[in-house]
Design a protein around this ligand. Structure first.
Ligand code: B3K
Ligand code: ZN
Length: 876
């Protein structure tokens, strides 16, 4: 359990330029022969020992330049194979190993998923397939020969282009040979062998290369692949148009498997996916599923350039590929689907997942300076905040310069393993901007806090905006330097008009201010009367803002702000203040049931009834801040039951106050049209379902009946799962009826059944701990399947704040117990679940004590490195 530091980075002593791998697949013992050509890196002293990584392997033989190495010439130690005295200059190694795919429950390296052989190598799984220098700055070309039983494993895939295939006479086995001409790090290696069905299509690139596209799935699921295929083609076209980036092989394959630790993996030319992010049919997948499939297919495809053609020098640079690729997939989703709602969705996700991480014991910079287990650093900070950093760069230098910066980045770094500095310097050079201070975003953790106040001078007709920034202390970083923050602002006149912004006689383009100091004053000229400021428009930076706005001013912004993000944000802020006030230090339902709540309803109505606004946007307006949003706002002494009660009360108040509007929306958005996943149809469903959700907050029999009708009349998964979710919060016969019906219908369909588990796990009901305990014992539950584990245990721990944080600690005990079991065979999944404890220090003392006890119990158990790091750091 050693800590690795970025500052200790040293280039590899040896390089591997070429790999010939031969994998003979059999469940209990896959045999892998690899021939690797090794050469000393520039500057390596002759005779430097060669150290290869290897885990869970049985070594059968090793030969150097064709000569079998006797036992004394090399040593095996845990995780390593060392040749103490390698020859001077280049040489080849032939290594034969065995591994056991069937016993691989960690799902890293080569494993079996429902009978399909597949691999997951990022970050350090390739060493579980063969001995290798398993680090991202060792790039090689690969030729892969696969061999398996013809009947049970008819499909054999690997990276790159197919070269050859054939039968092995008289054995019942066959083989396939693949060659990938692009040098790549070992983490991008993949192979697949199985009995898979497939759909095929083609894509012609802008420069005329015809690419054969294939999606491989379990037989019988072919009718659920069309959406993924369409999404892939859309993504390929978009990347050409937006960034001038074309695909570079003759084939692009996607394989969907049902046992997968995360979402998907961008292996060169052979993306492997959690089937949850591929399979979609109107009756099995919701609009949310369609949207995530589209964006993850795009994300993995975009990695072909950002990650694969230019990869990371070391794992500390993970955001170089992940932050940038998330940014790219967000821009794609914005263009093809979400439009003005996109910023709302990304900001909401960032605040829900990344802000708590940045404010808690696991806070780390976007580019971490150290880690114990790199698998623990595939975080919201690296991904989501990393994406925000790219977005801020684009905002600061402009869209055109950003595109030129991307081009320059590839010109300089194609085919290599790069660093964050390489990326930022390309942006600086393309734009002529000095981005030195901006680099702090990569090294300083913590969410900057921006305090703004506006003073109006009626004589000078100026409005002085004072901006203070503080980056709070985080573990290991007690004092911080000020950040370079793009802050988009607007000033709104009393009649709702946007006032032109002028500083020192110059117009401020796009209302973009650059905040670089701890305290800065911007004095806007020619302001005829006191304006209302709109701060952090378009969520232009991943920061928290406090303003001294009065409730009336927030109401004013809800109606008049021209920036759609801030109009939405104003309503969220208003509602957050009400709920937080009600739930702070005890429970006082006045703010959420009295006149202020009524005024919120009044301010919301015009927007909701405005038919010119996109239905998706109106739907977002109907969604109140989540329980976790409120907990984050409170920041200390959190009582999750008080939050739930306060939030429920506000929902009820709004539901009653806006009853007519809600019924009107519900009626107007009904349709008999066949399901189509297009943005407009999805938007109408979102609006209708958001209305249903809020209407059900009254808890009346009428509301329950409506929800049950919604369930019964549903002709697609979006509507059924929404009805089920709405009903699940209210114990009733109707709820049980719908749950039973859903189960009866979908018990044979793993992905849909996951939804059934998840909806019950998330229900904020007093009996939720008992429910999840009971479901653990359900015959369809299995700890071995990550999707099922996330559906039940993950949804409970991350999606049911009042249940997980139950005052008697039963939720914590449940999670600790299950995570510990899972840790015994799949540390990645266990460690991820344990992230649910990240905000325990913000809880009220009683809950804190229970959480601490659960964490201490874990810390004295036998833990994997993954879980150990999370538990010890969380305890602090
Ligand atoms: N790069 C992979 C993530 C690998 C996670 C390993 N624990 C998928 C992605 O982010 O695109
Ligand atoms: Zn990624």
């Amino acid at each position: 359990r050693t800590t690795k530091f970025l500052k200790d980075y040293a280039p590899p002593e040896y390089l591997i330029k070429d790999v010939a791998l031969d994998a003979s697949l059999a469940p209990k013992g896959a045999r892998v022969s690899s021939r690797i050509s090794i050469e000393p890196n520039a500057g390596t002293v002759a005779g430097t020992p060669l150290v290869l990584d290897g885990e869970a392997l049985t070594l059968e033989s090793i030969a150097l330049n064709g000569q079998e190495l006797e036992a004394g010439r090399y040593t095996l130690s845990p995780g390593k194979l060392t040749i103490a005295n390698p020859p001077v200059g280049s040489f080849t190694l032939d290594i034969v190993t065995r591994c056991n795919p069937e016993a691989n429950l960690e799902l890293s390296g080569l494993y079996l998923s429902s009978g399909t052989y597949c691999t997951q190598c990022e970050p350090e799984g390739f060493r579980r397939i063969t001995y290798f220098i398993d680090r991202p700055d060792v790039l090689a070309t690969y030729t892969v020969r696969l061999e398996a039983d013809r009947k049970s494993v008819p499909v054999l895939l690997s990276n790159g282009n197919p070269v050859d295939a054939g039968e092995i006479e008289g054995t019942g086995r066959h083989y396939a040979i693949w060659h990938d001409p692009h040098p790549k790090p070992s983490y991008l290696f993949a192979l697949v062998g199985g009995n898979l069905a497939s759909i095929h299509d083609t894509f012609t690139t802008a420069s005329g290369r015809e690419v054969a596209l294939g999606i491989y799935v379990e037989p019988g699921k072919e009718d659920r692949c069309d959406w993924a295929m369409e999404s892939l083609k859309r993504a390929m076209r978009w990347d050409e148009e937006r960034f001038g980036l074309e695909y570079d092989l003759d084939v692009f394959n996607i394989v969907a498997v049902s046992d997968f630790n995360m979402g998907a993996m961008e292996n060169k030319g052979l993306n492997i996916f959690n089937d949850k992010l591929v399979l979609a049919r109107p009756d099995t997948a919701s609009d949310a599923d369609y949207t995530s499939i589209e964006s993850v297919i795009a994300h993995e495809y975009f990695h072909n350039w950002t990650g694969n053609r230019v990869t990371c020098r070391d794992w500390f640079q993970l955001c170089l590929k992940e932050g940038l690729t998330v940014f790219r997939d967000q821009e794609f989703t914005d263009d093809v689907r979400m439009g003005p709602v996109m910023r709302i969705l990304t900001a909401r996700l960032l605040k829900a997942r990344q802000f708590p991480e940045d404010a808690g014991p696991l806070a780390h910079p976007v580019r971490p300076a150290s880690y114990i287990e790199i698998n623990n650093f595939y975080t919201a900070t690296v991904y989501e905040k990393g994406a925000e950093l790219c977005r801020m760069l684009q905002t600061l230098i402009g869209k055109d310069a950003f595109r030129q910066g991307i081009a320059l980045y590839f010109e300089r770094n194609d085919g290599t393993a790069a660093t964050v500095e390489d990326f930022v310097s390309a942006m600086a050079d393309a734009s002529g901007r000095d981005l030195t201070q901006f680099m702090r975003w990569y090294t300083q953790s913590g969410t900057p806090e921006i305090a703004c106040s506006l003073d109006y001078d009626p004589h000078a007709k100026t409005a002085r905006l004072k901006v203070n920034q503080v980056v709070p202390p985080t573990p290991g970083q007690s004092s911080k330097e000020p950040m370079h923050i793009p802050l988009k602002v607007g000033l709104i006149g009393a009649n709702g008009d946007e006032l032109p912004l002028k500083l020192n006689g110059e117009t401020v383009p796009g209302g973009l201010l650059e905040v670089t100091e701890r305290e800065q004053v911007f004095e806007f000229e020619d302001i005829p009367a006191p304006p209302t400021p709109s701060i952090l428009r378009d969520f232009s930076a991943p920061v928290r803002v406090t303003t001294s706005l009065k409730p009336e001013q927030i109401e004013f912004l809800m109606i008049h702000d021209a920036d759609p993000f801030n109009r939405w944000q104003a309503a969220q802020t208003y509602a957050t203040d009400l709920i937080a006030t009600a739930a702070r230090d005890g429970l006082d339902l006045g703010p959420v049931s009295g006149p202020q709540a009524a005024r919120l309803a009044q301010a919301l109505e015009p927007g909701l009834r405005d038919e010119t606004l996109a239905p998706t946007y109106r739907a977002e307006t109907l969604k109140l801040p989540s329980e976790s949003d409120i907990a984050r706002e409170l920041g200390r002494n959190v009582d999750t039951d008080a939050i739930l009660a306060a939030r429920d009360t506000l929902r009820k108040t709004l539901s009653e106050a806006m009853a007519d509007t809600l019924s009107a929306i519900y009626a107007a958005t009904a349709t008999d049209d066949a399901f189509s996943p297009d943005p407009d149809s999805a938007g109408r469903r979102a609006l209708r379902n958001a209305a249903l959700d809020l209407m059900t907050a009254t808890g009346t029999q009428e509301a329950i009946d409506r929800a049950l009708r919604h369930y019964r009349n549903a002709t697609n998964m979006t509507d059924s799962i929404m009805a089920l979710s709405v009903l699940s919060h209210i114990p009733s016969d109707e709820c049980d009826e719908a749950l039973d019906d859903f189960y009866t219908r979908w018990q044979g369909d793993a992905l849909v059944l996951d939804k059934w588990f998840a909806v019950q796990a998330r229900a904020g009901r007093p009996d939720s701990v008992a429910t999840v305990h009971r479901l653990l014992g359900h015959p369809k539950f299995s700890l071995k399947n990550p999707n099922r584990v996330r559906a039940l245990i993950g949804s409970f721990a991350m999606g049911n704040p009042s249940g997980f944080n139950r005052a008697d600690g039963a939720g914590y005990a449940f999670l600790a117990q299950q995570a510990l079991k899972i840790d015994g065979f799949n540390p990645h999944v266990a460690a991820r679940l344990l992230g649910a404890f990240e905000s325990w220090k913000t809880l009220e003392p009683g809950r804190q004590a229970h959480a601490k006890k659960a964490l201490q119990g874990l810390s004295s158990a036998e833990l994997s490195t993954d879980a150990y790091e999370i538990v010890t750091k969380t305890l602090g």
